[in-house]
Design a protein around this ligand. Structure first.
Ligand SMILES: [Zn+2]
Length: 166
């Protein structure tokens, strides 16, 4: 009887390890391609932080911000179709596109904003291919803002945190 607790513990550890491996392999499968090739995020500057849920006064930041210089190539995070063109602000100064994932990514839609030079609605883009060029959002605020492209992800229409998918 002395050894029984140890036996159960070993079984639990093996079980936990198997579940962890399973979760890891699934999350590995669903990894997205970085919009900026290198894993560089906006971090925090005088205008706020680029992380999901960061404070924006009365509301919270709904996406994550990739640090990018103006005219840097923005890559498609997953195979997708451009389903809408729009504007980030009511003054129409900065543009956005909405994309819908294809095949195993079909439950995802995303908004990518502060971009230019993108294809018409209906265009299909493969993962990791050019989807747009980064615009200069810092010019709207100040040179103390890290220029960036905003990525906002929805799973079956519900806003989710995309941080761990990159
Ligand atoms: Zn943002």
């Amino acid at each position: 009887m002395v050894y029984k607790p140890r036996y159960i513990r070993t079984k639990e550890i093996v079980g936990t390890a198997l579940i962890t491996l399973l979760v890891l392999s699934i999350s590995q499968f669903m990894k997205f391609t970085l919009l900026n090739k290198i894993k560089a995020f906006r971090g925090c500057d005088n205008w706020g932080c680029g992380s999901f849920g960061a404070s924006r006064g009365e509301h919270k930041h709904k996406g994550i911000d990739f640090a990018m210089a103006e005219n840097d190539v923005v890559l498609a995070p997953f195979p997708c179709e451009i389903i809408r063109h729009g504007y980030a602000y009511s003054d129409l100064s900065y543009k956005l596109i909405e994309i819908r994932g294809l095949r195993s990514y079909s439950d995802y839609t995303a908004k990518i904003m502060y971009i230019k030079d993108f294809a018409p609605v209906g265009t299909i883009i493969n993962e990791g291919q050019k989807i747009a060029l980064a615009d200069n959002i810092a010019a709207r605020y100040s040179t103390t803002m890290t220029n960036h492209v905003h990525f906002e992800l929805y799973l079956r229409g519900k806003l989710i945190d995309p941080t761990n998918l990159f």
